[in-house]
Every structure is written in structure tokens, then in C-alpha cells.
Design a protein around this ligand. Structure first.
Ligand code: NCD
Length: 304
């Protein structure tokens, strides 16, 4: 039985297959509408979510299946002190597959060790978020027609932003990827990303604090929110939260065919006026996320 805990749990080829499958699902929804009849997904969300949880649930419903779950730790037995290991053994008795979001790094991985159903990591603390990466890859592929030979700017909270860590890990497997890592010094990507992912794979990257300076060379700009909930004190958050705000004026510095991605939720880091710029891809990214999750559910349930 397979799980998706880390973006590298699926090879590059398997990841490409999922993206291709997600496009077929988008074009031919009726072909897939009963594939998961009588199957259940359990969405176990110990942390807030809008897109990820509802897109998993929509994905399962689109496939003819149904949904159980909880949307906060408070409404589950976690509030009584139950461990993730016990909860997953219980859930394994009810559902066919599960998506887990948890504030603790490694919680979905631990769940997978005790689970008799496939476990999907729907975000673990400041660590990884592999299904957001599938949505990101699908969006880049649709916008640019390729996943190789791209200059990708990642901007904002690169330290705590789990979507950034997963995207770097995954897309580094394609040829000709270059990263421009744009962040305040205090929010630089963790050392393990540099020392275990970028350097050993000889991936070109540069670190800068200057968004304007970087903009002109990017094929993709991936904006992120400063991750308030992972800060130790409010003061630091307030000081750093508006480090980067993408405006119409700054967009004038960017290539005509650059694509702006954002995993959402947006707080202040993209001005609303940018939404009507044809380069803004963040709302279609949400929709792409639902199709890739359909593909993933089919794959993990051996129905694809
Ligand atoms: C992201 C997350 O939860 O890590 N949201 C999402 O799943 N689309 C990004 C964020 O919360 O900033």
C-alpha cells in the first residue's frame, strides 16, 4: 500500500502520469464519476484549511465517493489527548483513504506507520505539502507547456512555507531548473533544502532580498504568505508580514509570459489589482488542485 507523505514518494515519471491523468479527468469528468462509488475519504484536519480540505472532498465527490472527517483538532478526540497513531487505527476501520493536515511535522508520516489505508499528507507544520505541489506543477505545466528549463522565483516566507519546500524538492527533478529565492534574511529557505536538495543535485539557485531586481528574469513567480501561526512572537510577524507586496507597477518589470502562482490564502502579498493581469494564475491553481487530487485518489486506491 502506498502513501503520499513526501513529494518524492512518487517518482518524476509517476508525477507526470498523475498530471496527465488529471487533464483527462478535467476533459472527461463523466468517465470518472463512478470510479470511487462506495468509497470514503476521511479528511482529518487538525489545522485550518479552506482549499485543501474542500478540494479533497470535492475530488472524492466528483469520483462518486463520499466524505467523512473533522475540520479542527477541537472537534476530534485529539482534544481529549488521543494520539495520531490511535486515531488512524480507528479511521482505518471507517474509510478507504485519508488526507491528514497537522501542525506537527511528521504527524502524517507517523499516521502512515499505523494505517491500513493510504495516507495523504495535506500539510504537516512548516515541513511539506505534497498535494499543493501537484497543483503547482499542474499549473506551471498548463501555463508554460513544460516543467523543465524554467527560472522560478519563490518569494516571501521560504522558511516556514511548506508549499515552497515541497515544490523545490519536486521540481528539482526536471532539467534546467533555476531558483531565485527571494526572502527577508530571517525567512530564508531552511538549510536542509540547500544542503540536501539543491547542492547535491547541482541545482542552480541564488538568494536575494530584492523582488524588483529578480522579477525581470523569472518565468514563474511563486508568492507566499508570511506564516503567522509558525512565529514565536507577534512582533516579528508584524515586522515581516509586508516584506513583499506584488503590485501592478512591479508587474511591469516582469516578462509578458511570466505566471504568478500563490498557494493561497493571500493576505497582503499580492495587490488585488494584479488579479486581472492575465499572468495571475492563482485562482486556476485552485481548480487544478482539485483535478490532481482526483488523480491522486484514483492512483492510491489502484483505480487508475
Ligand atoms: C498553504 C498551506 O496550508 O501550507 N495553503 C494551502 O494549502 N493552499 C499555504 C498557506 O497557508 O500559506
Amino acid at each position: 500500500m502506498r502513501h503520499l507523505i513526501d513529494p518524492l514518494d512518487f517518482t518524476k515519471e509517476e508525477t507526470e502520469e498523475l498530471l496527465v491523468l488529471s487533464e483527462d479527468i478535467r476533459r472527461n469528468p463523466e468517465k470518472y464519476q463512478d470510479k470511487c462509488a462506495h468509497k470514503k475519504i476521511a479528511t482529518l484536519f487538525y489545522e485550518p484549511s479552506t482549499r485543501t480540505r474542500l478540494s479533497f472532498e470535492s475530488a472524492m465527490i466528483n469520483l462518486g465517493g463520499s466524505v467523512i472527517g473533522f475540520s479542527s483538532a477541537n472537534s476530534s478526540s485529539a482534544s481529549k489527548g488521543e494520539s495520531v497513531a490511535d486515531t488512524i487505527r480507528v479511521i482505518s476501520a471507517f474509510a478507504d483513504i485519508t488526507a491528514i493536515r497537522h501542525p506537527k511535522e511528521g504527524a502524517p508520516m507517523r499516521a502512515s506507520m499505523f494505517s491500513s489505508i493510504p495516507v495523504i499528507n495535506a500539510g504537516d507544520g512548516g515541513h511539506q505539502h505534497p498535494t499543493q505541489t501537484l497543483a503547482d506543477l499542474a499549473t506551471i505545466r498548463r501555463r508554460k507547456g513544460r516543467l523543465n528549463n524554467l527560472v522560478i522565483g519563490l518569494c516571501g516566507d521560504l522558511k516556514f512555507g511548506r508549499t515552497v519546500h515541497s515544490l523545490i524538492k519536486s521540481i528539482s527533478r526536471w532539467d534546467g531548473i533555476k531558483f531565485v529565492l527571494i526572502s527577508p534574511t530571517e525567512l530564508k529557505v531552511p538549510d536542509y533544502i540547500i544542503n540536501e536538495v539543491l547542492k547535491p543535485n547541482n541545482i542552480e539557485f541564488e538568494e536575494t532580498t530584492d523582488l524588483e531586481d529578480a522579477l525581470g528574469k523569472l518565468d514563474i513567480l511563486y508568492m507566499t504568505r508570511v506564516q503567522k501561526e509558525r512565529f514565536f512572537n507577534e512582533e516579528d510577524y508584524v515586522r515581516l508580514k509586508d516584506s513583499y507586496i506584488l503590485t501592478e507597477k512591479k508587474m511591469e518589470l516582469a516578462k509578458e509570459d511570466m505566471a504568478v502562482l500563490h498557494p493561497l490564502p493571500r493576505v497582503n502579498e499580492i495587490a488585488l489589482a494584479v488579479d486581472k493581469d492575465p499572468r495571475a494564475a492563482y485562482f486556476e491553481q485552485v481548480q487544478n488542485g482539485m483535478y490532481v487530487r482526483e488523480a491522486l485518489i484514483l492512483k492510491l486506491l489502484n483505480l487508475a
